[in-house]
Design a protein around this ligand. Structure first.
Ligand code: 4NP
Length: 165
């Protein structure tokens, strides 16, 4: 899961997908990174942490890191949050770039539309909730398209219990 700072969108995506993977008893490895180096070593934005916590997902231990070209080899699939991230990952991957592995996350929901997960960094808490909902649906599709809708229903992975508002 890749965004610009690795403190808002991709930490949420990492936390959400890991949560669903656990519920579905899958053994996939998930990580996140940023194309920028501004926030390396920092924990997720407090509003990203707060939003995730409302859905019983703890992302407080994550620490930002920068995308490395070797990630292109290490992972089978790389999801970017927006079109700028896509171009940055392509540029940073250099000779290791593999187009087949990389896609915009929202193409899982709207194939071929190349829509961005908007950056909530400059916005309000509401923006983090909107981004959470988009990423949540997309992550559900990632699992459903690989293990089947029936499996998803049986594991109840789509229910993110809201602890408090
Ligand atoms: P993210 O959000 O890419 O979703 O982590 C951002 C975080 C920080 C900055 C930009 C976007 N920044 O400019 O520092």
């Amino acid at each position: 899961m890749v965004c610009l700072g690795n403190i808002c969108r991709s930490p949420l995506a990492e936390g959400i997908l890991k949560n669903k993977i656990e519920k579905a008893c899958l053994d996939w490895e998930v990580d996140s990174a940023g194309t920028g180096d501004y926030h390396i070593g920092q924990h997720p934005h407090y509003l990203a942490q707060k939003t995730a916590k409302m859905y019983a997902i703890d992302i407080s231990c994550q620490k930002a890191r920068q995308f490395q070209k070797e990630d292109m080899l290490r992972f089978d699939r790389i999801y970017v949050m927006d079109n700028e991230n896509y171009e940055d990952v392509k540029r940073m991957s250099k000779e290791l770039w593999n187009k087949e592995k990389v896609d915009l996350l929202l193409n899982e929901l709207f194939p071929g539309e190349n829509s961005d997960v908007p950056d909530p960094w400059f916005g309000t808490e509401k923006g983090f909730h909107e981004v959470f909902a988009m990423i949540d649906k997309a992550c559900e599709r990632i699992i459903a398209s690989r293990v089947g809708e029936a499996f998803i229903s049986s594991k109840n992975i789509s229910v993110n219990f809201k602890k408090s508002l």
